[in-house]
Structure formats: C-alpha cells, structure tokens
Design a protein around this ligand. Structure first.
Ligand code: SAH
Length: 463
C-alpha cells in the first residue's frame, strides 16, 4: 500500500486553496461539500470561483501566497499552472506539517485525492496511487452504475434504527443477520424506489415482531427491445435479485442471460394470439408467488406500459395488497428507430409521432384513420405484421400518399436485426414476398427517407 486511505473530518475547519481557475473551483466545491471553511488565494479567479465569493461561500484573497497564509490551515491544495508557485506552496505546507496536495505533481503531495463514488453517508474512494487514472475512472463508472443512488438514504435509515437494533439483539450474529436481510431485501428496494416512509414502517414492524406472514414483491421490469446494453440500471439490479423470473417471447436470450443464475425461470409465452399462459393466469401466478414470500421479476419486452398489458398485471397486484414496482424500459419504437437510423421526429419532416397497435380485433382495426393519415407525422405500428394489407388500404383511403416511405424493422436492436424499406402501396407485397419474422415494427412517414443518411448502426458496426 503506497498510501493509507483515511477520511478526514474538515467540518468548519480552515482549508486553503491556491489558484482560482477551473480545477481550483472543482477542489473548492469538494471541500465545501465536506463543510470546510475555504480560503482561496489567487491573483485572478474564474467566473465560478467569483460567484462563490459573491455568494459568501468562501473567503478570497487576491494576491500571491505569503508564508503566514498557511498558519492554522488543516489542509492545503495548490491548483495553479505555475510550477514554481506550486513548489513554494508545497514547501510552506511541509515546513508547517500541513497535508498538501498539488494538482498533477505527485512528488509535491503529502496526500492524494481519490476518485469518489458519493452515496453519502456512504463514500467510496478509489485510487491507483497515480499509476492508472483512466482505469480508476472505469472502475468508478462501474460502481456508479451498479450502486443504487439511494444507498445513502438506506444508510441514513439504518442509522436511525441502530440503537433499537442494538438493544434488541444481544448476539452479534443475530444483529448482522437482521441487517443483511434489511439491506438486500424488500425494505431496501422500497427505499430505492422512493418509498421511505413505507420502508421505515416495515423496519419498525420487523423490530416489533409484528410482521405477518412474509409477503414478497413483484417487479414489473421493462427489458427493452433486445440489446442487453439498453437495460436500465434498476432493471438489471432487480433481475439479479429476484427469486423467480416470469418472462415471455419478446425478452431476448441475451437479456435472459443476465438474470440471477439460480433464479427459477417461468416461461409464459405470448405469441400474438397464441397465449401460452392466459393473461388472467399470469396475473394470478404473480400474486400466488409473492404471497409465498418470493421476489418475482415479471420481465417484459420493451416498456411494460406500452402495449405490454403491464397495467392489468399491477391492477391484480394492487387488489391483493402485493408490494410492486414498475421499471420502465426502452420501447421497441425507440430502440428500432435509433438502430435503423430513422429519427421518429425531425424538424423538416415530422412534428409528431403516434404509437399504434396493429393488432386485429374481430378482423378489423378500430383506429382513427383520418387522424393517422396526416402530413408531418410519423406512425409506428406495433403488432401489425399480419395486418399490413388492411392498414395500407385504410391509410391510402384516408388520403395518405401511396408512395409514403415505410420501414419494417425485424428483431430490432438484436444481432439479427433486418430493415426493409418500401412504400405504403407496396407494403403488403413486400410482406407477402419476403419471409419476415416477428417481432417486427412498422414505421410510416417521411422520416424513413433519412435512413440512408443517418444509418450509423449498419454503417459502423460497433463490435
Ligand atoms: N411492450 C413492448 C411492446 C409489446 S407489443 C415495447 O414497449 O416494445 C409487441 C410488438 O412490439 C411486436 O409485435 C413488435 O411490433 C414490437 N417489437 C417489440 N420488440 C421488437 C423488436 N426487438 N424489434 C421489432 N419490433 C419489436
């Protein structure tokens, strides 16, 4: 270990920053976050530092540093681009045994500043002792993406209950077991989804032993259109936490690879009209599993609230008093349009965009065709592969141009993605003559023409 990691309490203590530029500003801000009393000495200051002075957040001395300036300081940072000045600051600090950090000059430092992941009161400090700052940045990004932002709130909550828990459990293992359950269970999830009061009540109930039969929870998670990189942080976390995962055909294999290894997987199908498990049974299954205390992830393709029947599933959960949360996902329209180079809106071609289901009920689509067949609008049809003939006819009947550009995006965002372009009139022939597989999304509008120009995805594969 080249350095000893420590956390210093500098609340209300005098700290000195030499330099008034952008880097000095960043360091000043950090010190202020830790409630230090900051003095900045510099011959000139940038706009941001000037604002801090104006707001009376720091003391500013507009001149060069003098030896007496370091008296009484508990910490000194030199952030100037003048090597001689930096050296002088370092020497002054050393003569007075005050810890000093000089930006980009490890030899002049008696302490270094780590990269920080801030979930106050939880703080993670990362350092490579100056050997690999880029690697440190990568590690930090990884931690930032996997640690829920509300960890701080969870730690605060735990702090408020610390004495009660200490009083209740005499054995240290019992105490540890209690906290492990809190930090990796439903109480933590409630904090992460903003339900702090509920989490507090649950924690109190656990301590009072007034918890009735342990109820689990259901996470209705949007798994996005296929590419696992498009999952949200929260989706990934819940997928890795769940005891049971209910998934359907739209969830890609690569997304499924990311669920917890030992989770029980239940396939509930859904292939257009061929529902492997009827919707009512899925709703009931979610309730039954949660009542047994399981944490259930209901994983859906795209976004659960966009043609996903997510609303129906949570209705049943609410009726049965099952705790649940819904995690949005990238819907097929977003994923397919970006991965095929077709912006859904564009100042020159389209000012609005409609998401429409093309699912035929009783052989017809009950849609406001006159509202769809208007200029300067993009229409995105979900579940419409079997109804192209009908929709093409209706739109033309309602005065849409027969040569309006159309794109079909098959298995969008996956390695098997295929994009077909045609016109509204030719659309039924294309579907008849090509073997196009579900899931396929249909985009209709002038914006489809932009694909040739903007198709970065096909043009530059990122592998
Ligand atoms: N909740 C989902 C949509 C479910 S409806 C979402 O928000 O994306 C199912 C329809 O979505 C399919 O018939 C197809 O039209 C479209 N779809 C879903 N994933 C797709 C994908 N990867 N590529 C193309 N279309 C997709």
């Amino acid at each position: 270990m080249n350095y000893l990691p420590i956390f210093i309490d500098i609340k209300q203590k005098p700290c000195l920053v030499v330099g008034g530029g952008a880097i000095a500003y960043r360091k000043i801000n950090l010190l202020l976050k830790a409630y230090a009393q900051v003095t900045c000495i510099a011959k000139s200051s940038c706009k941001n530092v000037a604002k801090l002075v104006n707001d009376k957040k720091i003391i500013y001395i507009e001149r060069s540093i003098e030896p007496s300036d370091v008296n009484g300081q508990v910490l000194i940072i030199s952030a100037t681009n003048n090597a001689t000045l930096n050296k002088k600051v370092s020497e002054l600090a050393n003569q007075n045994n005050i810890p000093v950090n000089v930006i980009d000059s490890p030899d002049l430092c008696t302490f270094i500043m780590p990269s920080i992941v801030d979930r106050s009161p939880i703080l993670i400090a990362i350092s490579s002792a100056g050997k690999a700052p880029v690697l440190v940045r990568i590690i930090r990004a990884k931690l930032e993406s996997t640690l829920p932002h509300a960890y701080g709130k969870l730690a605060e909550l735990a702090g408020n209950f610390r004495d009660q828990v200490k009083a209740k459990f005499s054995k240290i293992e019992d105490k540890r077991y209690f906290w492990e359950k809190v930090f990796s269970g439903i109480i933590a999830e409630k904090v992460f989804s903003g339900k702090i009061q509920e989490a507090k009540a649950d924690l109190q109930a656990q301590l009072n032993n007034t918890v009735e039969a342990q109820v689990g929870a259901v996470y209705l998670v949007g798994g996005g259109p296929g590419d696992p990189d498009l999952l949200t942080f929260r989706a990934l976390r819940l997928m890795q936490q769940a005891d049971v995962v209910l998934y359907d055909r739209l969830v890609s294999d690569r997304v499924m690879e990311l669920v917890r290894r030992d989770a029980q997987l239940i396939y509930v199908g859904k292939e257009c009209d061929n529902h492997t498990v009827p919707q009512g049974d899925i709703n009931q299954l979610l309730v039954d599993l949660a009542k047994k205390g399981r944490r259930v992830c209901r994983l859906k393709g795209g976004d659960p609230f966009i043609f996903g029947r997510g609303g129906e599933e949570i209705e049943t959960l609410a009726e049965n008093g099952i705790p649940f949360q819904v995690v949005p996902g990238i819907t097929a329209a977003s994923g397919c349009s970006t991965y095929s180079g077709i912006p859904l809106t564009h100042r020159d071609y389209s000012q609005s965009c409609r998401f429409v289901t093309g699912h035929l009920k009783d052989g017809s689509m009950n849609l406001p065709w006159h509202e769809l067949a208007i200029e300067q609008q993009t229409i995105v049809f979900y579940m419409a592969l079997n109804s192209v003939e009908y929709l093409s006819r209706q739109l033309i009947l309602h005065n849409m141009r027969p040569d309006m550009p159309v794109a079909l995006v098959e298995k969008g965002t996956t390695p098997e993605q295929k994009v077909y372009t045609t016109t509204l009139k030719e659309l039924p022939h294309l579907v008849e003559n090509e073997t196009i597989h579900a899931p396929t999304l249909i985009i209709i509008g002038e914006v489809v023409k932009l694909r040739e120009k903007l198709n970065w995805f096909d043009a530059k594969p990122m592998i």
